[in-house]
Design a protein around this ligand. Sequence first.
Ligand code: GUN
Length: 280
Amino acid sequence: MIIDGKKEAQIIRSEIKKEILILKKKTNKIPSLTVILIGDYVPSQIYVKNKEKSAREVGIHSKIIKYPKNVSEKEVLKKIDELNNNMDISGILVQLPLPDQVSKEKIINAIHPSKDVDGFNPVNVGRLSSGYKSIIPCTPLGCLLLIKKIEPDLSGRRAVIIGRSNLNGKPMAQLLLKENCTVTVAHSKTNNLQNECLKADILIAAAGVPNLVKESWIKKDAIVIDVGINKVGEKIVGDVNFEELKDKAKAITPVPGGVGPMTIACLLKNTLECFKARLT
Ligand code: GUN
């Protein structure tokens, strides 16, 4: 079975749109998302544009603040402080990667945890790993929602994640632990990666290596989620060799059209959650 991320994302977006309309009638307010984009890295420009367009479509007020690539860290921190203190702003997102002179750590720490729609602030990371209610990073949340569509009860399942990034691998592991999976986090230094992957009932590939996972790496009827977005020539491919795996897996996400649309839908979901938390 091929998992249709576009369709699932559409369902989430229409639910968000409905809820925003109801809240607007009740409170006369709508959620608002500000995205900060630094520099001229083309993929970031495309992602940010897509985020803004999707936000607008569901009724979230959305604004992009652009800075040139030589902007000072101080100026960005000042803007974040201003946005933190602006009660009309529900969510703040600073698109990564950042230029060298702007510290990712300082920027992520500066965004108020209650407006941190990415879920990257250490307060939210800590809350997630402690099992408390928190803002969950958009891509792992999107992956989990897709997995649970296939298998609502994940208790006791063996999950293997390839990749240990703060954006994907680590929060994915926390989410699957919370679902009572037995979780392995593999990475570039893992010995015999194929052997680890063969144990997986659920395999999440977030390594950033094109076509890394081959047919001989998965168990029959595993659920395979491909987080990779890799440019090979003019083509975008995932971390999984889709053609090889599609008949062996119980369910698999394509690239594009799998995890990608879910990431944006979950960003809108997080923005709505931040807005609602501010209302109460
Ligand atoms: N760059 C690539 N993915 C992401 C993401 O999920 N959030 C932010 N802020 N930047 C990114």
